[in-house]
Design a protein around this ligand. Structure first.
Ligand code: KIV
Length: 280
């Protein structure tokens, strides 16, 4: 595990060196610190914040202020990983000027190193301008959750040859506009492989097979913490929902039985989560 800070140009170097890129989402400082300590390369403050943390039905309602708030928390918890944050729906589609202002806030107030936005040719002018003024942009092609209503759901994309060809063209156009990496969501592995060999920037797959330059998952899905339906491609490395529920049950039982706290407390200092020196 490297202790050096990951920076935007490092991702292209990793592609050139054939080193896979590991990326996960986080939404708060505690989780960011754990992922960072485990050696993750990129932490994405996804607009999945809406569904995973805020209990919203899709990603459309999450606000720029909420993304800034959570991005700042993640940035405070991160020492090594590259922090990338999603531009929420309607913060980059209205005009280039608005996109610049909103992306700038995510860097200035949120402390992100880069932004991610969904789409190909329709957003090229925004990508080009952001990169021109020094804001690194990660693209996102294939399934674009911000278009859920137009798509009618979250089905796989680029299954038909014409859509697959258009996606490859979009990826090339994003690279030409200056995107430093491209997320490929829910597309056939053959299409992901084609994109990965056509572009010089790294591709980061989610549900798009093994041939991308890196992989991303929603951390709550892969840790078994989010109890909603999990996509079939997700490997669950833990079942934290069960751990949290069992620990909470044990605590509830102890409190009700008078077993916690013990009558003669052995706890001599306040919880570190309250901060050093905090009075209980
Ligand atoms: O919002 C998100 O979590 C994402 C990932 C699924 C790539 O965009």
């Amino acid at each position: 595990m490297s202790s050096a800070q990951v920076r935007v140009p490092d991702l292209r170097q990793k592609k050139l060196a054939g080193e896979k890129i590991a990326m996960l989402t986080a939404y708060d400082a505690t989780m960011a610190r754990l992922l960072d300590r485990a050696g993750i390369d990129v932490i994405l403050v996804g607009d999945s914040l809406a569904t995973v943390v805020l209990g919203q039905p899709n990603t459309l309602a999450v606000t720029l202020d909420a993304m800034i708030h959570h991005t700042a928390a993640v940035a405070r918890g991160t020492e090594h990983a590259l922090v990338v944050t999603d531009m929420p729906f309607l913060t980059y589609q209205v005009s280039v000027a608005e996109a610049v202002r909103n992306a700038g806030r995510l860097l200035k107030e949120g402390g992100a190193a880069a932004v991610k936005l969904e789409g190909g040719r329709p957003v090229l002018d925004v990508v080009h301008r952001l990169v021109e003024i020094g804001i690194p942009v990660m693209g996102h092609l294939g399934l674009q959750p911000q278009s859920v209503h137009q798509l009618g759901g979250y089905a796989r994309r680029a299954v038909e040859p014409d859509e697959a060809a258009a996606l490859v063209d979009d990826a090339v156009a994003l690279e030409q506009a200056g995107a430093f990496a491209i997320v490929l969501e829910a597309i056939p592995s053959t299409v992901a492989r084609a994109v990965t060999s056509r572009v010089g920037v790294p591709t980061i797959g989610i549900g798009s097979g093994p041939d991308c330059d890196g992989q991303v998952l929603v951390s709550y899905d892969m840790l078994g913490l989010f109890e909603g339906p999990v996509p079939s491609f997700v490997k669950q490395y833990a079942n934290l929902a069960a751990t949290v529920t069992a620990a909470t049950r044990a605590y509830v039982d102890d409190v009700r039985a008078g077993a916690y706290p013990p009558t003669r407390s052995t706890v001599s200092s306040p919880s570190t989560s309250l901060g050093a020196g905090t009075k209980p």
